[in-house]
Design a protein around this ligand. Structure first.
Ligand code: GH3
Ligand code: MG
Ligand code: MG
Ligand code: MG
Length: 313
C-alpha cells in the first residue's frame, strides 16, 4: 500500500542522518493507467519541486509529447489497449524524443521485460511496488547526468548561451510544432560591428569580455520562451516564438540602443562599447529551416552594407 510506504518513509526520515533524494527542476510526464498511482506520483513529485503532467494511455502520451518537451518520462508497461511497449516505437522514431530520459515503472519483474526495455532505449527500470525515495533518487541521478551532458553538448563555454548544435536541434523542434499549430515566430541574426578592431586594439581577452557582455545584455532582453545561441565567432542568433518580424525588429533595436548607451564590458577601469548589425526574418508556413536562417543572414548583411549599427527586416 502506497500510503503505508509513505508513512514508513517519513519514519525513516526521522532516523539517524538518512537524507531523502534531492530534486532538480524539470517537467516530467507520468504515463500510467492507474489513476491512484498517477495522483500519488504527481503529488509527491510536485512536492519535490518537479512540474508533472499525466497521461493515462499510450495515445494520450503521444499527444502530450507533441505539445511540449519533457525532461523525463515515467512509463508503465501494462496499459490498455496499447501496452507501454507501443510508446517505444514512437520515441525511437522521433529524433526529438529519442533522447528524452525514460524510466520504466512496471509491475512486471521478469528479467526479459527489463532487458527488452533497456535495449529499446529505457534508461532505468523500477518494479512496482516501489519505494518513492528510491524512484526519486533514480530520477535525480538520471536528470543530473543528462543535464551535465547537455551542458557540455549544447552550451557555448565562453558565454554560457546555447551553441549552434542546440540552435539547429531546437529550431527543428519549433518548426515541427508550428506545422501543427501555426503562430508567428522570428529569428534575429546579430553580428558585432568591427569586432576585429576590438581584438586587434585591446587583445583577445577584452574581445572575450565583450562577447560575454553582449550575450548577457541580450539574455536580459529576451523572454523566457525565447532562446539565444552563439552561432559563430562574434555572431549570435535569437529565436523569438510568438513574435512577428516587426516586433522582433523593435526588440532588437532597443537592445542596440542600450549597447550604444552603455559599456558592454569593463576592465581595470576602462570601458568598452560596441554596436552590432542585426538581420531579422519572420517564418512563413512551409519555409524550410535552412532558408529561414539564410533570410536572416542576408538581412544582417544588408545591415552591414547600409552602414552597420542597425536592424534590418
Ligand atoms: P564586421 O563589422 O564586418 O562584422 O567586421 P568584423 O571585424 O566584426 O568582422 P570579421 O568577421 O572580419 O571579424 C570577426 C572577428 O571575430 C575575427 C575573430 O578574431 C573574432 N573572433 C571570433 N571568435 C572569437 C572569440 O571567441 N573571441 C575573440 N576575442 N574574438 C573572436
Ligand atoms: Mg498499468
Ligand atoms: Mg562575423
Ligand atoms: Mg562582425
Amino acid at each position: 500500500n502506497i500510503l503505508q510506504r509513505e508513512l514508513l518513509t517519513v519514519e525513516q526520515n526521522g532516523q539517524g542522518d538518512w537524507q531523502p533524494a534531492a530534486a532538480l527542476s524539470g517537467t516530467l510526464l507520468v504515463v500510467d493507467d492507474d489513476a491512484a498511482l498517477r495522483s500519488f506520483l504527481v503529488r509527491r513529485l510536485e512536492l519535490d519541486g518537479y512540474s508533472v503532467h499525466e497521461a493515462d494511455s499510450v495515445d494520450s502520451a503521444k499527444l502530450k509529447l507533441r505539445e511540449r518537451t519533457y525532461d523525463l518520462i515515467l512509463l508503465d508497461l501494462m496499459m490498455f489497449p496499447l501496452s507501454g511497449y507501443e510508446l517505444f516505437d514512437e520515441l525511437k522514431e522521433d529524433p526529438t524524443l529519442k533522447w528524452v530520459p525514460l524510466i520504466v515503472l512496471s509491475a512486471r519483474s521478469d528479467v526479459r521485460d527489463k532487458v527488452r526495455c533497456l535495449m529499446l532505449g529505457a534508461n532505468d527500470y523500477v518494479t512496482k511496488p516501489f519505494e518513492y525515495d528510491e524512484l526519486a533518487a533514480r530520477i535525480y541521478s538520471l536528470l543530473s547526468r543528462t543535464r551535465n551532458f547537455e551542458q557540455l553538448a549544447f552550451r557555448d563555454p565562453l558565454t554560457g548561451v546555447f551553441n549552434r548544435r542546440y540552435f539547429d536541434h531546437q529550431l527543428e523542434l519549433e518548426l515541427q510544432r508550428l506545422a501543427r499549430d501555426p503562430a508567428p515566430i522570428s529569428i534575429a541574426f546579430i553580428d558585432i560591428d568591427r569586432f576585429k578592431r576590438v581584438n586587434d586594439t585591446y587583445g583577445h581577452a577584452i574581445g572575450d569580455l565583450v562577447l560575454q557582455g553582449l550575450a548577457h545584455l541580450m539574455q536580459q532582453h529576451l523572454r523566457p520562451t525565447d532562446f539565444l545561441a552563439r552561432f559563430g565567432g562574434e555572431e549570435f542568433v535569437a529565436v523569438m516564438p510568438n513574435t512577428t518580424g516587426e516586433q522582433a525588429v523593435s526588440r532588437m533595436e532597443s537592445v542596440l540602443q542600450l549597447a550604444r548607451q552603455q559599456p558592454i564590458a569593463e576592465f581595470e577601469g576602462q570601458s568598452f562599447s560596441i554596436t552590432f548589425s542585426c538581420g531579422v526574418a519572420e517564418w512563413v508556413p512551409s519555409l524550410p529551416m535552412k532558408q529561414w536562417v539564410v533570410l536572416a543572414d542576408e538581412a544582417m548583411y544588408r545591415a552591414k552594407e547600409q552602414g552597420r549599427d542597425q536592424v534590418v527586416l
